[in-house]
Ligand binder design. Structure first.
Ligand code: ADP
Length: 506
């Protein structure tokens, strides 16, 4: 690897464009945070099940957080060796390359407007008809059908696309295009991890799949070039970061895998946020899931072979805590859940299955709905708080079981990150239910760190992955201390509770 143009730079930057906010974080060589700025953007809900963001607002937020974080520590562009980007995956933007304006709001990953189209495709060939090529079941979650919806539903969009005027991307592509000049020569590309979430890329060739494009009626001219996750894509034109190489791009969950330095096959991390996402590095082999997981790209460093991952996506974990806070008012702050749960010694026999919008991994059942089972006159709000936290741990156990079965690899321990990992009761229960140690790293901003790592490898800021592994340090570890009989009984009742959520919606 060659050293970038900023050989004296002490830092590296990361743009973390998430579902609720955008952040810019500056890291030093040891992975410590030097400066950070964050800004939320508007969530737009035009109809039930529809979720949108305004791409222009997101771009404004990104430019502002970059400027704030740079100014806060008096940083100059030459202090940065490079910038990496990580983003909310699957969220779909289509914009005009002559004006830079989006033709429609960004359609967010949670948006379910393409449900009818999904049903139609499932009726003609099953939910797994694209799994062999793309690693993904048919679901409303991925970008391909969202892109198609925009082309079909926005007046004039398809004609403009066919005239070669429109560009499509996940948020990463939209940001990279704008950062590198926009209408004045911005580069239009994405990385393999983001491309793997469109359901339009062949996992093995890493190219757009012509057959799927034809079936989805998507003109190839709108698609970005597929690049690696770590290379210099172009240079920033913004004043506060002028000429800094844009050199890393990873979807948020893949960035967390990278930031946790899970570089060996069999290493896995679980991010506990609104939902939870476990990814396991499976090396240079794409493993087809037989147990309800997604096969996805992990990362690709420059010209090195792509690394694949198995992913268990769980829709509702932290948002169940928000639900009992906001909808039931049982607690005031998310963090109060722990003290309330500690007022009792167990769940009092109740289980909560938070299938609010169906169940994702490992079930993929759209028609499941949430249930609370096992209620007796004995149960109080302490038991409910406990069952809320346990629901996260049980769902993660199901994904770990699926992961081990699919990969044939026994996890030694589980690396964790995300907003819920401050919860000691949850982490201990997770370790008990998995019967494995659970470990939390010192630097918990793993998503942004992963993007910074990808950029820093490309510019020579870090020599190799061994340096990144050396940066990883353990903060806290929880060891299992539950008797086997108890663990088996809890899990048995959890599994039974899950079956009670099936086939509710009609
Ligand atoms: P995201 O990146 O998905 O927005 P975060 O990683 O910031 O999410 O995590 C936020 C989630 O963590 C929220 O759903 C919140 O309810 C939950 N959370 C925050 N603090 C706690 C806590 N002490 N115990 C349990 N859950 C928590």
């Amino acid at each position: 690897m060659t050293t970038g143009d900023h050989p004296m730079a002490d830092y590296i930057g990361a743009i973390d464009q998430g579902t609720t906010s955008s952040r810019f974080i500056v890291f030093d060589r040891s992975g410590q945070i030097v400066s950070v700025a964050q800004k939320e953007h508007t969530q737009i809900f035009p109809r039930p099940g529809w979720v949108e963001h305004d791409p222009a607002e997101i771009w404004r937020c990104v430019t502002e957080v970059i400027q704030y974080a740079m100014e806060a520590r008096d940083l100059k562009p030459s202090d940065l060796s490079g910038i990496g980007i990580t983003n909310q995956r699957e969220t779909t933007v289509v914009w005009n390359k002559k004006t830079g304006k989006a033709v429609y709001n960004a359609i967010v990953w949670q948006d379910t407007r393409v449900a009818d189209k999904v049903e139609e495709l499932i009726a003609n060939g099953g939910q797994d008809r694209y799994r062999a090529k793309t690693g993904l079941p048919l679901a409303t979650y991925f970008s391909g059908l969202k892109l198609r919806w925009i082309l079909d539903s926005v007046p004039g969009a398809r004609m403009a696309a066919e005239a070669g005027d429109l560009l499509f991307g996940n948020i990463d592509s939209f940001l990279i295009w704008n950062l590198t000049g926009g209408v004045q020569g911005g580069v239009h590309l994405t990385d393999v991890t983001n491309a793997s979430r469109t359901q339009l890329m062949d996992l093995r060739t890493l190219n757009w799949d012509q057959d799927i494009l034809a079936e989805f009626n998507i003109p190839a001219s709108v698609l970005p070039k597929i690049a690696s996750s770590s290379e210099v894509y172009g240079r920033a034109v913004l004043g506060s970061i002028k000429d800094v190489p844009i050199a890393g791009d990873l979807g948020d969950q893949q960035a967390a895998l990278f930031g946790q330095a899970c570089f060996q096959p069999g290493e896995a991390k679980n991010t506990y946020g609104t939902g939870s996402f476990m990814l396991m590095n499976t090396g240079t082999k794409a493993i087809a899931s037989q147990h309800g997981l997604l096969t996805t790209l992990g990362y690709k460093i420059g010209v090195q072979p792509a690394v694949y991952a198995l992913e268990g996506a769980i829709a509702v974990t932290g948002s169940l805590v928000q639900w009992i806070r906001d909808n039931l008012g049982i607690i005031e702050n998310s963090s109060d859940i722990e003290s309330l749960a500690r007022t009792v010694t167990d769940n009092g026999g109740i289980y909560i299955v938070p299938a609010f919008s169906g169940l994702y991994a490992p079930y993929w059942k759209d028609s499941a709905r949430g249930v609370i089972v096992g209620l007796t006159r004995y149960v109080n709000k302490g038991h409910i708080a406990r069952a809320v936290l346990e629901a996260t741990a049980f769902q993660v156990r199901e994904v770990v079981d699926a992961m081990q079965q699919d990969s044939g690899i026994e996890l030694a321990n589980l690396r964790t990150d995300g907003g819920m990992v401050v919860n000691q009761l949850l982490m201990q229960f997770q370790s008990d239910i998995l019967n494995k140690p659970v470990v939390r790293p010192m630097v918990q901003e793993t998503t942004a760190l992963g993007a910074a790592y990808a950029a820093g490898l490309a510019t020579g800021f870090w020599k190799d992955q061994d340096e990144l592994v050396a940066n990883w340090a353990e903060d806290q570890r929880w060891n299992p201390s539950m008797e086997e009989e108890k663990r088996a009984s809890f899990y048995h009742f959890w599994k039974k509770a899950v079956t009670r959520s099936f086939d509710w919606a009609e």
